[in-house]
Every structure is written in structure tokens, then in C-alpha cells.
Design a protein around this ligand. Sequence first.
Ligand code: PGA
Length: 251
Amino acid sequence: MPNRPYIVGNWKMNGTRAQMAEARAIDRGAARHAGVRVGIAPPFTLISTMVEAVQVLIVGGQDCHARISGAFTGDVSAVMLKDVGAGFVIVGHSERRSMHGESDADVKAKAQAALEAGLEVIVCVGETEAQRDAGQAEAVVCAQLDGSLPREEGVAQRVTVAYEPVWAIGTGRVASPDDVRAMHAAIRARLIALYGDGAAAVRILYGGSVNAGNAAELFAVDEVGGALVGGASLTADSFLSIVTAADPALD
Ligand code: PGA
């Protein structure tokens, strides 16, 4: 793995200020694993508070608007995230794509806005179960990469890809190591086609029902550079078990 493993918690629409005790515990735990890069994307309402409460965790947003400011009721821009201390933003999560109708072009515009604001960006891709059953998983994911990834010179350094099969998110079902290996290899090939030598800097995370029990097996797969974790990132106990499993010092 060319990069330090990267473990990111996606809290989705979970967490009030009472949850900050967990964030502090995660932060203290992450400090014991210098070999792992650890981030959390809490709801917008907690970003500023979390930035002030933690030492080593990188705090990020779960989405951003493609514009800097304007009449977009309810939206938050990448510049605003940067302003409160966020280091990254997730774009193109399947819940955004399906529930908010976001297209690849929308996702790309958001990713570009994030990069312009000085954030890192995690671009999510993944096939549905029907697409996998139809033998289209790799084609779907490669098309999402082509349509969603920003291509400007030098941006690859700040781009992470998260492969999250839709059928594995929040279901307790996890892709088999062989399927993950094949998909991550296909993604790496696509990244090389898009970014050339710059592709080496791009981590490919796996996401979808990652937990303490399956993390080590997933991290042993070639080209798995870490994980995007939903449900299991909400408590320090379960999230830190995943961080521990990723620590190369403990191999
Ligand atoms: P999950 O969510 O770990 O709860 O399956 C992952 C995600 O949606 O990023």
C-alpha cells in the first residue's frame, strides 16, 4: 500500500452534541495509531464543535454544494466547510445519488468545488445489486469514475475513491474479498488511465457494512487503502477496532 491506510467514519444523520464524548474517545484512540489516518464526517451541525474538540482526527463534511454561495436554501458550500476547519468532504454517496437524484456531473461539480476550496475529497462509487447480478458492476463503477472524478492537473493528490456496493451499505452484507480485489483492481486501472502517474497517490477505500469482525480480512486485499464506515463508526469501541485492524504496525 503506497499510502498510510485511511479510515473514515460517516456518521450520516446521526449525532447531537451528546455524541462528542465518542468523538473525543475516537480521537484519543486514533492518537495511538500514528500509522493510520483517521477521519470522521459528522452532520454539518457538529463539524465546528468536533474540530475544536479533537487533536488528530480529520473532520469532514458528508456533502457540499457545487457553488460557493447564493440562494440555495438548506445547502452548505465547500468554502463554508473549509471555514469551520473541515479537511475533506464526501461527495457522491449512494444515499445522495439515490435520494437526492445526484448525477455523475453533479458529483464532479461538487468535487471540483471542494478542491477549489482547499479540501480533500472522497468520491463514492458503487453498483446496485441488480447491476452486479447483470454482470455490469465494473462497467457501472468505471462509468461513475469517468463521470464523477475531477481531472484538473495535480488534483489526484487530494482525491480518494470509496468503492461502496449499494447492496452492502447498512445491510450487514459485505462484498467477498475476491469481488473487492477484482473491483479495486479495475478502479486502479481506471485511475491510471485518468491520472497517469498521479494515480499512485489515490487511495481506494472499501465501504459497506465494514465492522470489527470483517475489517482485517478486507484490509488484507490488494488495493484496499482503508474503509469508509457508517454504522460501526458511531461508537469508539467499534470504530477503534477497525482502526486497529488497519494499523500496519500491528501486522
Ligand atoms: P455502513 O455504511 O458501514 O453502515 O454500511 C457505509 C457508508 O454508507 O458509507
